[in-house]
Ligand binder design. Structure first.
Ligand code: TRP
Length: 434
């Protein structure tokens, strides 16, 4: 069985070097492994929770899409799409919302962080909390369950969300699965070997610390300027330096071969100046990034080409999502009326429908008892029940006959009509299964 891997990228902001080394590069490498089927998508509905600036939303989706494509994502192997192009996702979101306990959402970290902050500052508990933020984990569960993902590569901060997706999937399976696994239970995949890249100041590279190195933004000049700002100690050229105490070395390692890393360390111990060391880092960096930057710039000049790629991705994704959603609608009882066998006493007789299934009628007689009878599509009486004190009992026998066919004949409080055999009735009942 192929392992299905799925992950979403929230489209706020512009990718930096840390996003590239920590998420984009490993995800693309994993998608090239044989035996893995990858779904990567732009979580732009999730972006709306955090951002109400349409221009930023628009720019960020485009930049992130171009970044993944420029970084070498092979869209013939990977299904790459925008969440907001898949209408099945918000529809599933609702089905899941209806089985998700509010208490479960109360415990979600992102929501709790917001309410804790409010309480700490004497604000009302839910001040500034939208229903989008509160229900964030349900939408994320819909993203994952829609495609029956086995593995979900995410950062540690997202583990709780994957666990919630499992909880929700389990509950849905239990309520509506009738023994079938409608949803696969997903697992978080945390890549501990993928080091988080340090930023300019040595703390984790993050926009919130304002210590990022841009990936493509601003071109080669901006990259060079950022590298020049990497903080080092004040040892002069010629003085021996401690490579293990320098985050420049950590950054270097993320883009260099092990042999280059060794040589770099040795030269620093031997007195290599920081200015020259940064120049060497820039060289290994540009070796990787320059060809990608060229592709990125070309893509950004042709947004319509990116649009085509994402439309094709949406088509592929929907080909998987739509059949599952149809099954789920059926499971919860959102069914077409013309696919239901008529059971109500006042219903019109079937008129030569395509399936030609026989017709059950349930009714009450003057004696106060409840009855059912079965007639063929052309109106011939096949089966006549005895009287039941409760309408429910009649209904249960009808349901069993439809579901089990002849297997429900044992103990059936009914008789076959004159000239009609058990085999005839069994054959008629079999039409319900068609
Ligand atoms: N919440 C994730 C993040 O902020 C993004 C995301 C949305 C996601 N839907 C997902 C990740 C589904 C994995 C699977 O990183």
């Amino acid at each position: 069985m192929t392992l299905r891997v799925l992950t979403g990228i929230t489209t706020t902001g512009t990718p930096h070097l840390g996003n590239y080394a920590g998420a984009i590069r490993p995800a693309i490498a994993a998608s090239r492994q044989p035996g893995a089927e990858s779904f990567f998508f732009l979580a732009d509905y999730h972006a709306l929770i955090k951002c109400d600036d349409p221009a930023r939303i628009q720019r960020s989706r485009l930049e992130i899409a171009a970044t993944w494509l420029a970084a070498g994502l092979d869209t013939t192997r990977v299904t790459f799409y925008r969440q907001s192009d898949i209408p099945e996702i918000p529809e599933l979101n609702w089905l899941l919302t209806c089985v998700t306990g509010k208490g479960l959402m109360n415990r979600a970290h992102a929501y709790k962080a917001a309410t804790d902050a409010n309480e700490a500052t004497g604000e009302e508990t839910d001040a500034g909390v939208t229903m989008g933020l509160f229900c964030y984990p349900v939408l994320m569960a819909a993203d994952i369950l829609m495609f029956k993902a086995h593995k979900v590569p995410v950062g540690r901060d997202q583990i709780q969300h994957i666990e919630m997706a499992r909880d929700i999937a389990q509950r849905f399976n239990h309520l509506f699965g009738q023994g079938r696994e409608l949803f696969v239970l997903p697992e978080a995949a945390i890549e501990d070997s993928v080091a988080t890249l340090p930023g300019l100041d040595g703390r984790k590279m993050s926009k919130s610390y304002d210590n990022t190195i841009p990936l493509f933004e601003g071109g080669a000049r901006a990259l060079k300027a950022a590298v020049a700002r990497i903080v080092t100690d004040s040892r002069l050229p010629g003085e021996p330096k401690d490579p293990d105490a320098s985050h420049l070395v950590t950054l270097f390692d993320a883009f260099a071969t092990p042999a280059e890393g060794e040589a770099f360390r040795a030269d620093l111990r031997g007195g290599l100046g920081w200015g020259e060391a940064k120049q060497r880092f820039l060289e290994v960096l540009e070796r990787d990034i320059a060809p990608m930057r060229e592709r990125y710039d070309a893509l950004m000049r042709k947004p319509e080409a990116i649009e085509d790629i994402l439309q094709e991705g949406a088509r592929k994704a929907r080909a998987t999502a739509a059949p599952l959603l149809a099954q789920l609608r059926e499971a919860v009882g959102l069914r077409r009326f013309d696919a239901i066998a008529v059971t109500a006493g006042t219903a019109p007789a079937a008129t030569g429908s395509a399936t030609q299934a026989p017709v059950f009628k349930q009714y009450r007689e003057a004696d106060g008892q409840f009855y059912f009878k079965l007639s063929s599509a052309d109106g011939r009486l096949l089966l006549q029940s005895e009287g039941f004190a409760q309408g429910r009992e009649a209904g249960q026998w009808v349901a069993r006959l439809k579901n089990e066919g002849a297997a429900a004949f044992a103990g059936l409080p009914a008789r076959f009509a004159d000239g009609v055999s058990a085999e005839d009735v069994a054959a008629e009942l079999a039409r319900f299964a068609q």
